[in-house]
Design a protein around this ligand. Structure first.
Ligand SMILES: [Zn+2]
Ligand SMILES: [Zn+2]
Length: 345
């Protein structure tokens, strides 16, 4: 396996559909592991990566960063993992380990973050991937691979801000967007003991949002209903990538409340600063999570039965999967599996 070529699905240029390519397996650095991929979730960030939304994509570009697979080769300095171990890998596949943020254990804030993506040089829509072993996480044995895959990016992205700002429980939390991130955020917030309101543009998602653990459901465009929740929320998580009505969202925060942006909004964020100043509200971003939080999140998910809704598709159907995500038809996360490994059956 280690010496054969790798089969990946790549965009050859910005915005192009993915096509199968064979490439030489990247060399193992001393701390690296090679992981044979069984599963990989499709995150909206992959699509933005294909379109070079962040200006850091290189082509051919193999997306994919919600990976589960088994360790197939190890660099000489790897400890704590062995061949055959099942691991999960998220957006971050390495870090500089030397900057001020890495030294603080906040590797997700690494100053060299542009070069830390798991998809550099090739991501998880592939037969194997090479990452720094310190970013390959052993998985609870009873956790299914498709569940673990989704937790590696969507899970950590929502768990980190909830843990930072709502871990005391009994807080009122608003989750904006009930998609791949949002449906997990509802579950985590509910498990943390918060009173959860799901805010979505899709009336059809009400029943499921309540099933995921939301106490209330609001249609984002329902101005009258949004006015009723003025000054309601201690914490709001913006998990969508669409354009939001930022003024009405900010106005829903309590004094000293906090709006955390997790999804990469497509449009500019505009709001009237008056309410923000007078009620001391905060708007902040949150990016994935550090290694310690990743391990904690996996245990928390295991112990509380956090279960992403997944739809399995063979990796060869990656373009079809991307189309469904773009058209907002994924319910709620598509996970690709590699037929060749016998997984996903
Ligand atoms: Zn992601
Ligand atoms: Zn660093």
């Amino acid at each position: 396996m280690a010496h054969s070529t790798v089969l990946g699905f790549a965009a050859r240029a910005t915005g192009q559909p993915l096509e199968p390519i064979n490439y030489a397996p990247p060399k193992l650095g001393e701390h690296d592991v090679r992981v044979s991929i069984t599963h990989c979730g499709v995150c909206y960030t992959d699509i933005q990566g294909i379109e070079d939304h962040y200006g850091i994509s290189t082509y051919p570009f193999v997306p994919g960063h919600e990976i589960v697979g088994t360790v197939s080769a190890l660099g000489p300095a790897v400890s704590g993992l062995k061949e055959g171990d099942r691991v999960g890998i998220g957006w971050q596949g390495r870090s500089c380990m030397q900057c001020e943020w890495c030294l603080r254990g906040e590797e997700q804030l690494c100053q060299d973050i542009d070069n830390c993506a798991t998809w550099k040089p090739y991501g998880g829509f592939s037969s194997s991937v090479v990452v720094d072993s310190r970013f390959a996480y052993p998985l609870p044995t009873v956790m299914s691979s498709e569940v673990a895959a989704v937790l590696m990016c969507a899970g950590i992205s929502v768990y980190t801000p909830l843990r930072s700002y709502a871990a005391g429980g009994s807080q009122k939390v608003g989750i904006i967007g009930v998609g791949g991130l949002g449906h997990l955020a509802i579950q985590f917030a509910h498990a943390l003991g918060c009173e959860v309101t799901a805010i979505s543009s899709s009336p059809g998602k009400k029943e499921q949002a309540l099933k995921f653990g939301a106490d209330h459901f609001i249609i984002a465009e329902d101005q009258a209903r949004m006015r009723q929740v003025r000054f309601s929320f201690d914490l709001m998580l913006y998990t969508s990538h669409g354009k939001g009505d930022w003024t009405s969202l900010v106005n829903s925060l309590k004094t000293n409340g906090r709006l955390v942006i997790i999804g990469f909004s497509d449009g500019p964020v505009t709001f009237d600063p008056l309410e923000l100043v007078v009620h001391q509200m905060s708007i902040t971003g949150s990016f994935i999570g550090n290694r310690a939080t990743m391990r904690e999140m996996l245990m928390f998910a295991q112990n509380h039965g956090i279960t992403p809704e997944t739809e399995l598709m063979p990796m060869a159907q990656v373009n079809e999967a991307i189309r469904k995500v773009k058209e907002n038809k994924a319910r709620y996360r598509i996970v690709l599996f590699n037929d060749t490994t016998g997984a996903g059956a």
